[in-house]
Ligand binder design. Structure first.
Ligand code: NZQ
Ligand code: ZN
Length: 384
C-alpha cells in the first residue's frame, strides 16, 4: 500500500426532511448565495423547503446552472455573488450545481478568472460551501472535485476545490428523478468505484470495500431504475453513490481515471451525459489494456460476479468485461461511440487533443496517447 494522508471534513446530514436542519448549521449572520439549476427544485418541493429554512437569512438566489456547468455561467454567478457580498454559498441540485458552486465559492475570494482557476487545477481559497443534493451520482457532496466546461473552447476539465462544510441528503428528493437519470447515477457511481479498483492488486482492505460497493450497486440497480422508486431503495442508492467517490475507497491506491478523462472530452464536444460517455469508453479501455489489467479483472470476475466455472485468468477477465457490458446495457446505456452515432470527427478531435497535450492516463500513466487512440477507435468501430 502507498503512503497516504486522508482527510474528509464534510458533515453529512441524511434523511427525510433533513433540509429543515439547514439553519442549525449555517450561521445566521451569513449572507448566503443560493444557487440552483434549471428549475426541477421548484416542481418537486425542494425549493420551498430550502426557502422555509432560510427565512431570516440574507439571501441572494442565482438560477440557471446547467448540466455540465459552464465557466460562462460560473462567471455570471460570481459577478452577482460579489455585488451581493456573499459570505457563503449554498448549492441546491445535482452534481452540476454542486460542482459549479465549488468554483463559485473559490472565485468569490479572488480576482482570478474562474477558467484560470480551473486550468490551474486547484483552488487555494474559498468561501464556506453548503449543499442540498438532489441527484445521487457524482459524490460531489462529499468530495473536493468539480468538473467545469468551457462552451467557448469546447473543453471540460476537473479542478480540485474545497470540500462542502455540510451536505444535506434527503432520499425523497430522488423520487422525482427520471428512470434514465437514475440509470446514469448508478452507472457513474459504478465507474467511480472501478476507476479506483480496477487497476492491479494493491490493497486488500480497499479491494474488499470496493467489491462490496460494486455488489451493492449491482443489487440495487434493478429496483433503482424501476418506474416507481421507493424511499428505502432511494436511501441505499444515495448513500452508496456518496461512498463511491468520497475518498473512502481510494486510500493508498493508485487509481486509473482514464475513462473519465476521455469521457469528459466526449461530453465537451457532444454534450452527451457524463455517465454514458463512461459506459461508451470503459469496456474498450479494458480490452486495449487487457494484459495490464487481466489479474484484477479476473479477481473482479470471481469476487463481484461470482464466476466460478472458469479457471483460465484470461477467459475470466474477458467474462468480467462481458458482465460489465451487460450491466450497463441493462441500465439502458450505450456501450460504444458507434452505437450512440457519435460523429467520427469527434473521436478524431479527441485523439488529436491527447497527442497535442502529450498526456498519458491511467495507473502509472500506462495509457499513452497511442493507447488512448486505440480505445477511441475501438469504441468507434465495435458494437457489443
Ligand atoms: O437543472 P434542473 O432543472 O435542476 O434539472 C436537473 C438536470 O437537468 C435534473 N434534476 C436534478 N435533481 C432532480 C432533477 N430532476 C428531477 N428530480 C430531481 N430531484 O437532473 C439533470 C442533471 O443534473 P446534473 O446535476 O447534471 O447530474 P449529475 O449529478 O449526474 O452531475 C453531472 C455533472 O457532475 C460531473 C459531471 O462531469 C457532470 O458535469 N461530475 C462531478 C464529479 C465530482 N464533483 O466529483 C465526479 C463525476 O465523475 C462527474 O464528472
Ligand atoms: Zn463520473
Amino acid at each position: 500500500m502507498k503512503n497516504f494522508s486522508f482527510h474528509n471534513p464534510t458533515r453529512i446530514v441524511f434523511g427525510k426532511d433533513c433540509v429543515a436542519k439547514l439553519n442549525k448549521f449555517i450561521p445566521e449572520k451569513e449572507r448566503v448565495l443560493v444557487c440552483f439549476g434549471g428549475g426541477s427544485v421548484r416542481s418537486n418541493g425542494v425549493y420551498n423547503q430550502v426557502k422555509a429554512t432560510l427565512s431570516g437569512y440574507t439571501v441572494h438566489e442565482f438560477w440557471g446552472i446547467e448540466p455540465n456547468p459552464s465557466v460562462e455561467t460560473v462567471r455570471a454567478a460570481v459577478a452577482e455573488g460579489k455585488s451581493f457580498n456573499a459570505t457563503c454559498v449554498l448549492a441546491v441540485g445535482g452534481g452540476s450545481v454542486l460542482d459549479a458552486c465549488k468554483l463559485i465559492a473559490a472565485a468569490l475570494t479572488t480576482d482570478a478568472d474562474p477558467w484560470e482557476i480551473t486550468r490551474a487545477g486547484v483552488c487555494k481559497t474559498y468561501l464556506p460551501l453548503y449543499t442540498v443534493l438532489t441527484v445521487p451520482a457524482t459524490g460531489s457532496e462529499m468530495n473536493s472535485g468539480a468538473v467545469i466546461s468551457n462552451k467557448g473552447t469546447g473543453e471540460k476539465f476537473p479542478v480540485t476545490c474545497g470540500f462542502p462544510v455540510v451536505s444535506f441528503m434527503d432520499p425523497s428528493f430522488c423520487l422525482t428523478l427520471g428512470q434514465r437519470q437514475r440509470a446514469c447515477g448508478i452507472a457513474d457511481a459504478y465507474v467511480h468505484v472501478l476507476e479506483q479498483y480496477l487497476t492491479f492488486p494493491q490493497s486488500g482492505i480497499m479491494d474488499r470495500m470496493a467489491e462490496g460497493v460494486l455488489k451493492q450497486l449491482i443489487d440495487i440497480a434493478p429496483k433503482c431504475v424501476k418506474e416507481e422508486l421507493d424511499y428505502d431503495t432511494a436511501s441505499e442508492y444515495m448513500l452508496t453513490a456518496t461512498i463511491a467517490l468520497n475518498g473512502f475507497l481510494g486510500m493508498g491506491v493508485v487509481p486509473d481515471w482514464a475513462t473519465h478523462f476521455i469521457g469528459h472530452e466526449i461530453t465537451a464536444l457532444t454534450s452527451i451525459t457524463h455517465a454514458e460517455t463512461l459506459t461508451m469508453i470503459l469496456p474498450h479501455l479494458w480490452y486495449v489494456l487487457l494484459d495490464h489489467k487481466q489479474e484484477k479483472l479476473a479477481q473482479y470476475a470471481r469476487r463481484v460476479w461470482h464466476i466460478t466455472d472458469i479457471k483460465d485468468e484470461r477467459k475470466l477477465a474477458l467474462r468480467a468485461i462481458e458482465r460489465t457490458v451487460k450491466f450497463f446495457r441493462d441500465l439502458g446505456l450505450a456501450t460504444s461511440m458507434l452505437e450512440k452515432n457519435v460523429d467520427p470527427e469527434v473521436g478524431n478531435e479527441i485523439i488529436e487533443r491527447f497527442y497535442k497535450r502529450n498526456t498519458s492516463l491511467g495507473e502509472g500513466q500506462i495509457c499513452t496517447p497511442e493507447l488512448i487512440e486505440a480505445v477511441i477507435r475501438r469504441s468507434q468501430q465495435v458494437k457489443f
